[in-house]
Ligand binder design. Sequence first.
Ligand code: NAI
Length: 343
Amino acid sequence: MRIAFFDAKEYDKPAFLKYGEEKGLEFRFFETKLNPETAALAVGCEGVCVFVNDDVGKETLDKLYALGVRIVALRSAGYNNVDVKAAFGRIHVVRVPAYSPWAVAEHAAALLLTSVRRIHKAYNRVRDFNFSLNGLTGFDLHGKTVGVVGTGKIGRIFIDICRGFGMKVLAFDKFPAKDAGIDDVDLDTLFRSCDVISFHCPLTEETYHLINDESVKTLKKGVILVNTSRGALIDAEALVKGIKDRIVSAACLDVYEEESDVFFRDFSGHIVDDDTLARLISLPNVIIPSHQAFLTNEALDNIAQTTVENLDSFFKTGVPENELCYRCGRIEECKKERCGKCF
Ligand code: NAI
């Protein structure tokens, strides 16, 4: 079986080739992202494999379906880039629900520590043989309050890490787990009370721009925001204003709402047109990796292994592992025979 692999990076290939060979899958690697214009590259392929910034909207799905593609395999947990209703009944969509929640939670903690203790400033300074400590004063995380939005797999590991630092934890989740030993509060209370807020919920219509012009004014003065979830949880322009107004003292953004045109590519030597991103990067209290939280050896291996198993189960049985729920709308009729999935 042939799979068109979009947005391919060198670090993707070894594990996918290894597990693909074991199952007789042939991957065709394309550096370009999937979108309606590039969908034609999947000609002759039964499936496509995509990442977080590929456009798997209706137009793309229509083109893939016409080419004979019957499965889209996401190499990610999040699937906000897929029009699941447009896929329903035509193209199966599978994902990797968990590959290393520790990778993301540890990265969020790394960003927070870097920001609080100015490690990014010290690193650059010492490379220039400047050993001065002026301007590097941080603060103890111990005793501070952290707010965690989304207490699923990643959020809970992040909570454990923060408790290890001696932080008080407040949390908000739309579907809070019972008896998890977590202090659940409403979002407004969390925004008003926390010294640090870390986002670990999916991007949905409800969570789009959780941080916006209005909500940013409700944050505790001096708050540090950490976003390793999806960029559009934060309105980037509202964040810039919040920083200029001295409400937000620092932001750690592994993700950015307009990242798809920029992240994962080398723009050194080029002019980047995104003024908001350029402004954020220019600020000394903003740290922006480029959607890197998932990037560990363990996670890459798990992503490849699970994705290949998802594809293999579909080609062998017609019933893929880790299929999305398409929210077909047939609440009464939907049989949900396969672990809550319908197709
Ligand atoms: P999960 O599904 O285990 O947890 C998500 C939690 O968010 C659930 O407890 C859910 O109830 C909660 N939630 C849903 N809607 C909500 C809302 N409106 N408000 C508050 N909470 C809500 O997911 P997991 O594995 O913990 O991943 C979380 C997010 O992290 C993913 O959706 C993805 O966007 C992001 N992610 C980022 C990566 C990166 O490299 N930066 C890598 C992997 C995931």
